[in-house]
Write a protein that binds this ligand. Structure first.
Ligand SMILES: Cc1cc2nc3c(=O)[nH]c(=O)nc-3n(C[C@H](O)[C@H](O)[C@H](O)COP(=O)(O)OP(=O)(O)OC[C@H]3O[C@@H](n4cnc5c(N)ncnc54)[C@H](O)[C@@H]3O)c2cc1C
Length: 594
């Protein structure tokens, strides 16, 4: 079967709002918009309930205080501290203050939370969740066993079906449509099965396209997490914020990358080195194995570097949960056990799990305010909202996670900002009842990209060039970052970007257009990879997930600021962190110990 041809005449559909992405963020926003009576389209590359949110294991953070006393101000403090003071404190206050409300809302939607004997929602300890401004551990993670994302996504999908949200399943958005004023008027998209291209016109376009940890060779992310929203935004002239900050999760299964939830340590599991010694107390005396993720990942990398790693190559450590007993593992960590059996070929009821830090979460993204509106800086002037354009979830940088995200704060982020962006869209659309005319060349960029791809016959395959990109990122931009490797990494990733321009679709026998989709995804991945490498090479300090060997300390005098990477000229700019919360006192930067 020959490769499907792209049609040159394209159809157009008009909606009030178009949402790209059917993970937790897209679906929470879609639900509120459909319930407000708007005509909403949601596009997804995969069936909605296969979005990466489905893989979230550990829980949703909210200071309900069901098990230990808790308070949203402690949650806020933990989040600010976890962010290594790079998070914007107004947005963090908004998120932590709203957390209980969005979790109860979810409960009323039918989310099957684990329960305590008194019927309240069960809450487990998690990394960096503390009481009394860091004094002792708190139990704040609301969970459905270790399959929280699965329950969340199905709950939201069913509510959306009920609310008549229109889903375009297995449609891939290709490019943003902007007019000469810079306003966003919709997207172009391709039906994956047929190759049909369509214009989706809308007065509000919301990106909820998820993360991009697939720029690394070892990643906990789904294969579809290719940073498409960031690629589309970057090609349309929108800068990407804080891209140097990628979180490495401490416990990816060795050699497979698949995640073992922090819930395993929340339930009492701990890490040991080749001598069988618990090492986390040496790095984080109070929180120990439940210190925040950047701290634990660096501790593991240090144990390995100093020769205390396990296995013949000494390149991983062990996560012990066998002492918890089979009953706890079966009831609270059934998914972790399945993953250990399938990917590490061991039963954690009896043996420890080999683990190593693995790329997991993108703290940076499309710059947005806490109403979900995309904001771009004007040189020397206040930020400006890009009219008609919104971003929420992992693809957005609000920034509530700053330089390092706390576990369970992402699912919370999806719910809080998904709902808030929808509220903002309803308000904005009421002021703006008529669509602006689409420019004549609205679909040209996408059609040209597709035509160029189809016309090329000689060149490297998508797989070869993709592998080169992932290897460069893994080697040059990992848990610890070295000056010579970063400098080389910048040259190498720019060279890979040149190769991306000439990839060919080799396997023309493939059905369902997957070869073409992978090539289009690589266009997006390489935007993310370049932003990450450039921003990492430029930031001369260590903060959160960004650990420089040559600048081992945080430098608030020079670097307490967000980076903005502009794809067109590969330049960086910076903007200040918002240190002032909405109603409470600010948490000034101080030394971060757990
Ligand atoms: C293994 C794992 C476990 C995790 N556990 C937790 C946890 O316990 N607690 C927590 O808070 N966080 C957790 N996280 C993080 C959290 O799950 C994610 O950050 C979050 O689910 C992302 O949600 P999202 O809605 O932004 O995107 P996703 O759920 O990734 O959805 C993205 C959507 O965008 C669509 N899409 C992308 N590109 C296009 C395109 N071009 N055209 C059309 N559609 C497109 C996809 O099809 C998909 O529907 C975990 C992450 C992983 C990987």
């Amino acid at each position: 079967m020959g490769i499907l041809k792209i049609k040159t005449t394209i159809s157009k559909r008009t909606f009030d709002a178009v949402i790209v992405g059917a993970g937790g963020a897209g679906m929470r926003a879609a639900l509120a918009l459909s319930e407000a009576g708007l005509k909403v389209a949601v596009l997804s590359k995969v069936f909605p309930t296969r979005s990466h949110t489905v893989a979230a294991q550990g829980g949703i953070a909210a200071a309900l205080g069901n098990v230990t006393p808790d308070n949203w101000r402690w949650h806020m403090y933990d989040t600010v501290k976890g962010s290594d003071y790079l998070g914007d404190q107004d947005a963090i206050e908004f998120m932590c203050r709203t957390a209980a409300e969005v979790v109860y809302e979810l409960e009323h939607f039918g989310m099957p939370f684990d329960r305590l004997d008194d019927g309240k929602i069960y809450q487990r300890p998690f990394g960096g969740h503390m009481r009394d401004f860091g004094a002792a551990l708190a139990q704040r993670a609301c969970a459905v066993a270790d399959r929280t994302g699965h329950a969340l996504l199905h709950t939201l999908y069913q509510r959306n079906v009920r609310a008549d949200t229109h889903f375009f399943v297995e449609w891939m958005a290709l490019d943003l449509v902007r007019d000469e004023d810079g306003d966003v008027l919709g997207v172009t998209a391709m039906e994956i099965e047929t190759g049909e291209v369509m214009l989706l016109e809308a007065r509000a376009t919301l990106f909820a396209t998820g993360g991009a940890a697939r720029i690394f060779a070892a990643s906990t992310n789904a294969y579809i997490n290719t940073g498409d929203g960031l690629g589309m935004a970057a090609r349309a002239g929108i800068p990407l914020q804080d891209m140097e900050f990628f979180q490495f999760h401490p416990t990816g299964v060795y050699d497979a990358g698949v995640l073992i939830s922090e819930g395993a340590r929340g339930e009492g599991g701990y890490l040991v080195n080749k001598h069988g010694d618990r090492f986390m107390p040496n790095y984080a005396p109070t929180a120990q194995d439940l210190a925040s993720r950047d701290v634990v990942s660096r501790a593991i990398a240090t144990e390995i570097k100093e020769g205390r790693g396990c296995g013949p190559r000494g390149d991983h450590v062990l996560l012990k949960i066998d002492h918890l007993g089979e009953d706890v593992i079966r009831s609270r960590l059934p998914g972790a056990r399945d993953i250990a059996l399938k990917f590490a070929h061991i039963d954690p009821v009896r043996e420890p799990i080999p683990v190593t830090p693995t790329a997991h979460y993108m703290m940076g993204g499309i710059p947005a305010n806490y109403h979900g509106q995309v904001v771009v800086p004007q040189r020397g002037e206040p930020e400006e909202v890009v009219r008609g354009f919104y971003a929420v979830g992992e693809c957005a940088c609000v920034s509530v996670h700053g330089a390092n995200r706390l576990g369970c704060n992402s699912l919370l982020d999806l719910l809080v900002f998904g709902r808030e962006a929808a509220r903002q869209i309803v308000e904005d659309l009421a002021r703006n009842p008529h669509p602006k005319p689409l420019p004549n060349d609205a679909a040209d960029r996408s059609l040209e990209r597709l035509a160029r791809l189809d016309a090329r016959h000689d060149g490297e395959s998508v797989a070869e060039v993709g592998d080169a990109m992932r290897r460069v990122m893994q080697t040059h931009c990992g848990v610890f970052r070295f000056p010579d490797l970063l400098a080389e990494g910048v040259h190498e990733i720019v060279a890979v970007a040149e190769r991306v321009k000439n990839v060919v679709i080799r396997d023309k026998s493939k059905v369902f257009n997957t070869a073409r989709v992978e090539a289009l995804e690589l266009d997006n991945l390489i935007e993310v990879a370049q932003a990450t490498m450039h921003a990492a090479a430029a930031r001369e300090e260590s903060r959160g997930a960004h650990a420089r060997d040559d600048f081992p300390h945080r430098d608030d005098d020079h670097w307490l600021k967000h980076s903005l990477y502009f794809s067109a000229n590969r330049q960086l700019d910076y903007k200040p962190v918002r240190l002032k919360p909405m109603t409470v006192e600010s948490f000034p930067p101080k030394e971060r110990v757990y």
